[in-house]
Design a protein around this ligand. Structure first.
Ligand SMILES: Nc1nc2c(ncn2[C@@H]2O[C@H](COP(=O)(O)OP(=O)(O)O)[C@@H](O)[C@H]2O)c(=O)[nH]1
Ligand SMILES: [Mg+2]
Length: 447
């Protein structure tokens, strides 16, 4: 998502950077392009108009015209205004209270149940006891879905009892959570295909019973301009403390989701970027802005890596890599850690375009190829004995044939893996260079 917006904004700024000095006309022309780029990305038209007006004013006010690097200054103003557009400072859930409570709301299919599971996992990881409550009593499959997620995540769940109304269920779960001293309760409420009176009434009664500290709307970023209307309807009917945007991994233009804070005044707390329980990220307006402007979300990338990768293990690996002592057992571990970080394309998405020096299409092609290659390599290594993994140079042809057969691959694939592994020594130098580069970029993006 946001690739097209990102590409067209970067093109505009590239042109702008070419000028030694900027005339008023240069600024106006580029602002017209910015406005078009925003509209094309499905940003609400009023939001786009006001945005461009504000950038233009701040550019003029600061006498950017005589400055040394006028183009960059314009980029900075656009960046600052984007940060404001997305809500300014990062906002968190209110997790105070005994227990803290979160009421999840939204239309059918927006991702309430999935996101409830994701939040439970996140808070469980931070050492909290989390209780999930399945409040979508009209769809038995929904209760089943949350039960499965609770099992996956490893937290408790309260399910509806026969004949119980939704507010009654809420009251019972709330008392249970207090008595059992849970830290957080997440109420996964039922949705509708549209906001109607019955839904609003039910949510109001529910909220009166449970008095949730957080009332959160889950919005599918792919529904376009409609998301703004949905958010306004929920805000006016039940009140919202925050928004969660889901399905940012889709290929929709996404601009509507970016306007939703500006239109409703509700902060975006988190974003969902996949179906897996790990695919939930806190929303940082400044990082989103720099990602769209092509500076890449290096900070998020580094954080994510820290969260998922075992640091001691990583240090050991680095040492081995530097001394060229890696064996295939280590290689397998590396592949599995990479997989924890997400798919290659989601990693590439967080990297600055300039650093990779390639366009979106090429990035995607390489990412897909790498993901497939990783899977292939993993299956091949898994079909080796431990001795073979530790002595890759001694794997002869008959062993190669047996390995290939064991994992249902071709001999050529096994050869390719061993050749690739042989090249790792050369790669270790490149990794060192890349590490330096990332550190440099991190300095640059954390002001
Ligand atoms: N690609 C993607 N799919 C998602 C995301 N969040 C939810 N989904 C999927 O969207 C569908 C509907 O989600 P669900 O949680 O059941 O929605 P609910 O009706 O609001 O509870 C499911 O297939 C989810 O796997 C996301 O961030 N990315
Ligand atoms: Mg659901």
């Amino acid at each position: 998502m946001f690739e097209n917006l990102s590409t067209s904004l970067q093109k505009t700024f590239k042109n702008l950077r070419g000028y030694g000095k900027l005339s008023e006309k240069n600024v106006k022309d580029s602002m017209r392009e910015v406005r078009l780029a925003l509209l094309e990305a499905d940003v609400n038209f009023k939001v786009a108009r006001d945005f461009v007006k504000r950038v233009q004013e701040s550019c003029m006010g600061e006498e950017v015209l005589g400055s040394v690097t006028p183009g960059q200054q314009v980029v900075k103003h656009v960046n600052d205004e984007l940060v404001e557009l997305f809500g300014g400072a990062h906002k968190e859930f209110d997790l105070t209270g005994n227990p803290a409570s979160v009421m999840m709301m939204g239309l059918h299919g927006s991702g309430k149940t999935t996101t409830s599971g994701k939040l439970a996992l996140r808070w469980k990881k931070s050492g909290r006891r989390v209780l999930l409550v399945a409040c979508d009593i009209r769809r038995p499959a929904a209760v089943e879905q949350l039960t499965i997620l609770a099992g996956q995540v490893g937290c408790d769940i309260v399910k509806p009892e026969p004949g119980e109304t939704v507010p009654q269920l809420g009251a019972r779960a709330s008392t249970f959570a207090k008595d059992e001293k849970f830290d957080v309760v997440i109420y996964d409420t039922g949705g509708r295909f549209q906001v109607d009176d019955e839904l609003v009434q039910e949510l109001k009664e529910f909220s009166a019973e449970t008095e949730p500290g957080n009332t959160v709307l889950v919005l599918d970023a792919a529904i376009g301009q409609e998301s703004v209307n949905v958010a306004e309807a929920f805000r006016d009917a039940v009140g919202l403390t925050g928004l969660i945007l889901t399905k940012l991994d889709g290929d929709a233009r996404g601009g509507a989701a970016l306007s939703v804070h500006a239109v409703t005044g509700c902060p975006v707390l988190m974003t969902g970027s996949g179906e897996k329980m790990e695919d939930l990220e806190p929303f940082y307006p400044d990082r989103m802005a720099s990602r769209i402007l092509g500076m890449g979300d290096v900070v998020s990338f580094v954080e994510k890596a820290h969260e998922l990768v075992d640091q001691d293990e990583a240090m050991k690996m680095q040492e081995k890599l530097a001394n060229n002592q890696l064996d295939l057992e280590d290689f397998l571990k590396q592949i599995q850690q990479m997989k924890k970080l997400g798919s290659m394309s989601s990693l590439f998405d967080m990297m600055p375009g300039d650093a990779l020096k390639m366009d979106a299409k090429k990035k995607e092609a390489i990412a897909n190829a790498s993901d497939q290659e990783m899977k292939k390599f993993e299956s091949i290594i898994q079909s080796m004995t431990l001795w073979e993994r530790q002595h890759p140079k001694e794997i002869d042809r008959s062993r190669r044939l047996r390995i290939a057969e064991g994992c249902g691959r071709k001999l050529a694939d096994v050869n390719q893996l061993l050749k690739r592994f042989g090249e790792m020594g050369k790669m270790s130098k490149q990794f060192k260079k890349m590490g330096k580069r990332l550190r440099h970029l991190k300095k640059f993006t954390t002001k």
